[in-house]
Design a protein around this ligand. Structure first.
Ligand code: CTP
Length: 404
């Protein structure tokens, strides 16, 4: 399985089993993962950082800062960048410190800063592993929501035979593959999301626009990325921050958006059109600023291309196409009509009649309607939660269609 685009941070603590991590790094690099190694000072006694930095193709981090240059390793940034933090081998000492929240080395600071998934692969002698203190720490770490890759049974460094051996590199790789398949159901899929308003130029200083903030589309892009998809966000002018690991293509007009969506459409499995595209654009754009003269002034407008309808004509069985509808009356009937007309799998209906829904708010109230006519009404929620609801339906749909 390809792990392209995944950043795996491996924290190595001081155990003879550290040598197995060299093989694991090779396997991960073969699967195209990025690997960042952090070692404790004790781990350095067991395997050379040079070996691991050569295999991972990145400097190995041991200390908070480099003595000669004063350059420091930002533990928050390292933790944030990790799609998975794997602590392997995890000694009884490191497990205990993590369970208690101690922080006397870089690896522990990264662990405490990690908001994403963490797994431990313990390694120790059999009696240590059986000790109630170690087992209690394992229990605590499990309660914190972390995974434990169980140690194997066999010959130990002490010469004893029993449980405590670090899992084999192939088993750790199998865990990692499984992890990305499970928690990231959209892993390996491309998603294309549009967001924000479009600005239609009248002259060099004026435009026709709308109040869309882009919040909903940005939240959907972030959620699809969290679910493992590789996301491209085509955004009209918006001040929203770019969600982590999302590729943003900036556009201004409806026509720019049409081109960007069309050229990224064919290799996207999931396409969500949440932008508030202008329906009309000035027939001609004045090259100079228009001067005020007459009492009355009008601009000739021409219809923009309907991007979503166009994508609907290109859509294949393998693609899930989602559109939005903002309605003021006869909402469900209008939304259903749009769903059919534009050949969508889902339409997300916002009713202007619902308080707290729509453009500038941080909340939204939606009803998702499926092509089958099934309706999923949701309560008023934050836009992040609404994005989770929409994306959960997308995943369910892809699963039921046999696309995942
Ligand atoms: N949309 C689009 N291209 C346009 C206009 C709209 O892709 N030129 C998309 C929007 O992003 C949204 C959906 O179409 O996902 C619904 O847009 P809306 O303006 O509500 O519907 P229209 O089909 O334009 O119909 P009407 O304006 O008459 O309600």
């Amino acid at each position: 399985m390809s792990l392209k685009g995944k950043n795996i941070v491996i924290g190595i603590s001081g155990s003879i089993a550290a040598y197995k991590i060299a093989t694991l790094i090779r396997l991960l690099r073969k699967a195209e993962a990025e690997v960042q190694v952090i070692m404790t000072n004790e781990a350095v006694q067991f395997i050379s950082p040079l070996t691991l930095s050569t295999l991972s193709n990145k400097p190995v981090l041991v200390d908070y800062y480099k003595e000669n240059t004063g350059e420091w390793n930002n533990h928050v940034h390292i933790a944030e960048s990790a799609d998975l933090l794997l602590i392997a081998p995890a000694t009884a000492n490191t497990l205990a410190k993590c369970a208690l929240g101690l922080c006397d080395n870089l690896l522990l600071a990264v662990y405490l800063s990690a908001k994403g998934p963490v797994a431990f692969a313990p390694a120790m002698d059999l009696d240590m592993w059986k000790h109630p203190a170690v087992q209690r720490n394992i229990q605590l770490l499990t309660q914190y929501g972390h995974d434990i890759i169980p140690p194997g049974n066999g010959e130990l460094a002490s010469g004893l035979i029993g449980e405590g051996r670090l899992a084999e590199p192939a088993d750790m790789l199998a865990y990692i593959n499984h992890f990305f398949q499970q928690s990231k159901p959209l892993f390996g899929k491309k998603a294309l999301v549009s967001a924000g308003p479009t600005y239609e130029a009248i002259d060099p200083v004026r435009f026709i626009g709308n109040h869309s903030s882009g919040k909903m589309g940005y939240a959907i892009a972030a959620q699809l990325q969290k679910l493992g998809a590789e996301v491209t966000l085509v955004s009209g002018p918006s001040s929203q921050p770019i969600p982590a690991s999302v590729k943003r293509i900036d556009v201004v007009s409806a026509n720019d958006m049409f081109n960007a969506m069309q050229s990224n459409f064919s290799d996207s499995a999931i396409i969500v059109m949440s932008a508030a595209v202008a329906d009309y654009t000035p027939q001609e754009v004045a090259t100079q600023k228009i001067k005020k003269k007459e009492e009355q002034f009008s601009i000739a407008l021409t219809k923009t291309k309907d991007i979503l309808s166009h994508l609907g004509t290109l859509k294949t069985e393998k693609q899930t196409l989602v559109g939005f509808a903002l309605e003021t009356n006869n909402e469900i009937a209008h939304a259903k009509d749009k769903l059919q007309r534009k050949n969508l799998d889902f339409i997300v209906l916002n009713s202007m009649n619902d308080q707290g829904a729509g453009f500038a708010h941080n909340t939204n109230k939606i009803t998702v309607i499926k092509r089958s006519g099934e309706e999923f009404p949701f309560e008023l929620k934050s836009k992040d939660e609404v994005a989770q609801d929409i994306c959960a339906l997308i995943v369910e749909h892809q699963q039921s269609e046999g696309l995942l």
